[in-house]
Design a protein around this ligand. Sequence first.
Ligand code: NAP
Length: 282
Amino acid sequence: MIRTGLTGYPLSHSLSPKLHEAAFAALSLHGEYLLYPVAPTETGGLARLTSRIRNGEILGLNVTIPHKQAIIALLDELTPSAQAIGAVNTLYMEDGKLVGDNTDAPGFHADLMRFLTNSISEKKALVMGAGGAARAVVYALLKDGWKVTLAVRRADISQAQALMESFKPQTGGSSMERVRLEAKDLGRLGNGIWLIVNATPIGMFPEVDSSPWPDHLLFPHGAAVYDLVYHPRQTRLVREAQAAGLQATTGLGMLVEQAVLSFACWTGQEVPREVMFVAVES
Ligand code: NAP
């Protein structure tokens, strides 16, 4: 029996078990994907889980909010991307060492490549948010040659500053721009933005009537909109961007891509993406 799963808190709305159970079934593997909720206040909870991976009881785990950074102290090694991003979402054993990887960045990039069919005049992106997912997105975009502007709320400024500092090696030392997530600042960016990414939870169930994009502000002409939120399937941001004639998608494809990559870390096998899409759509 291959035992894998997900730790984070809370985990009640996670789609990950559906994705991975469909993958085991499609590949005729005898496996299970369980939820291991660990409250942020639960002392020793993460250490107990990592020792179960070390002793072989659990083959590997996904890690989500709020443990993507805290788990790093319990690991032996990070992959280069997890190191650069400073957050981990996949754990596995390799040569007797407990390794942390980040499949969000390549998962986002793979789905972005599928999604972006418009011609892009300039690789200039606006990323809203500066948390763990934003770090993965910014890393993927910088590696792909994009110039990135971060849009954050006032409370995020130091988090954004830290993010920008840590990616200086990827930007060749040149600084990324940072603006406030407000109509005045976003309006000033004008039409030079070709990709807008929402990496905040704004618009996520149950706050489905919210959007990170300020009311009454026009979207940049010709931009594509990628909303990492995938619950609901159509967010207000995506609906409004499409109504304005823009190409827009929610983040279900990224969820599937990062799951395909995690599954491959554990089993060495690649799951057909359609299997996972069918599982979540049902
Ligand atoms: P996180 O680490 O908690 O970061 C969230 C970021 O959004 C922080 O910068 C936060 O600022 C900001 N934010 C939160 N509420 C805001 C508001 N009302 N106005 C402005 N900024 C706000 O979370 P995360 O892990 O980055 O996840 C962000 C979203 O991405 C979640 O909805 C998650 O489900 C989604 N996600 C999707 C995928 C996928 O596969 N599609 C993968 C990863 C994440 P503060 O620090 O000031 O609160």
